[in-house]
Design a protein around this ligand. Structure first.
Ligand code: HH2
Length: 268
C-alpha cells in the first residue's frame, strides 16, 4: 500500500502532494512502482495534528481518488463517515479507518475496511499512553472490532495495531515483536511503520539526536521486512519501489522456487 497525503502538514510528505496534479502524478508513480493499493489521505494524523473540516478534507481527496480509481485500487485514509462515503462514490474500495468507527458504512457500501488501534485522538494520543499489557489489549480490541465488522456484513477486514498511535517506543517495539501473534488471529494484518518517529530513535547512534523523517528510510525498510517475515498481508509505505524490492527477496527466501507452498507442506 503506497501513501499519498494530500495535506500541507503530514509528518513526512506534507506539502509535497497538496496540489491535486502533484498528488495524482505521485499516485500514478506509486502504481508504476508496483503498489497494489494507493492510500489517499487529506488529514494528517501525526501527534498533535490539527483536525480538518469535512468539506476541506473532501476538497483535498476526492479529485485525487476519482483520478486514480480507474488505474488502481484506492483506499481512503479518513476518520470521517461523510468523507468516506463520498470517497467510495468517487471510486475508493477500501476504508482505512484509524478511528475504527466506519464498519457500518463499509457494510452498507460493500467495500473493505481497515480497523486500527488508536489510544485517544491524534491531538492527545501521545500524552503519557499507558497499558498493562499492550499486546494483549491491542489484540483484544482489534479482534472485537473485526468481529463487529464481520457481523455487520463487511467481508474484507484488515486489523492494524496502529504503530505510533498512542504508544511509546517500548509499546511500538512490543507490538512489532508480536506481529506474528496478530497474524495468528486469522484476520489479515496491515502495518504502517514507514518513516515513523520511533525508528529515528532506534536508528540513531548513541551520541546522535533521533533521526528525522528524511533519514529513516533504511530503518523503515528493515521494519517493513520484519513485518513481511511475520506474515502481514499489507505493508503501508511511502517508499514503494524499495519496499517491493525487499518483498521480492522475502518471498524468495521464504518460498524457494519449486518448493511446495507452506499450506501444502502442512497438509502432508
Ligand atoms: N499511519 C499513518 C496514517 N495512516 N493508517 C493505518 N491503517 N496505519 C498506519 O500506521 C497509519 C495510517 C501516519 O502516516 P502518514 O499518513 O504518512 O502521516 P500523517 O498522518 O502525518 O499524514
Amino acid at each position: 500500500m503506497g501513501v499519498v497525503n494530500v495535506t500541507p502538514d503530514s509528518f513526512f510528505d506534507g506539502g509535497r502532494y497538496f496540489d491535486h496534479d502533484a498528488a495524482i502524478a505521485h499516485g500514478r508513480a506509486l502504481v508504476a512502482a508496483g503498489a497494489d493499493i494507493v492510500d489517499v489521505g487529506g488529514e494528517s494524523t501525526r501527534p498533535g495534528a490539527e483536525p480538518v473540516e469535512d468539506l476541506e478534507e473532501m476538497r483535498r481527496v476526492l479529485p485525487v481518488i476519482a483520478a486514480l480509481a480507474p488505474v488502481c485500487r484506492v483506499s481512503v485514509d479518513t476518520r470521517k463517515g461523510s468523507v468516506a462515503a463520498e470517497a467510495v462514490a468517487a471510486g475508493a474500495t477500501l476504508l482505512n479507518d484509524v478511528s475504527s468507527s466506519l464498519a457500518g458504512l463499509a457494510a452498507a457500501t460493500g467495500v473493505g475496511l481497515v480497523v486500527m488501534h488508536m489510544r485517544g485522538t491524534p491531538a492527545t494520543m501521545q500524552v503519557d499512553p499507558r497499558y498493562d499489557d499492550v499486546v494483549g489489549e491491542v489484540k483484544r480490541y482489534l479482534v472485537a472490532a473485526a468481529a463487529d465488522a464481520h457481523r455487520r456484513g463487511v467481508e474484507e477486514v484488515y486489523i492494524d495495531p496502529g504503530i505510533g498511535f498512542g504508544k511509546t517506543l517500548e509499546h511500538n517495539l512490543a507490538l512489532l515483536c508480536a506481529l506474528a501473534e496478530f497474524v495468528a488471529t486469522g484476520e489479515p494484518v496491515l502495518v504502517g511503520v514507514s518513516r515513523k518517529q520511533f525508528l529515528g530513535r532506534i536508528a540513531a547512534r548513541d551520541d546522535e539526536e533521533p533521526l528525522g523523517p528524511e533519514d529513516r528510510f533504511e530503518a523503515s525498510l528493515a521494519a517493513g521486512v520484519h513485518a513481511m517475515v511475520s506474515g502481514v498481508a499489507i505493508v503501508r509505505a511511502h517508499d514503494v519501489e524499495a519496499t517491493l524490492d525487499a518483498a521480492r527477496l522475502v518471498e524468495a527466501a521464504l518460498m524457494p522456487a519449486g518448493a511446495p507452498s507452506p499450506s501444502h507442506a502442512e497438509a502432508r
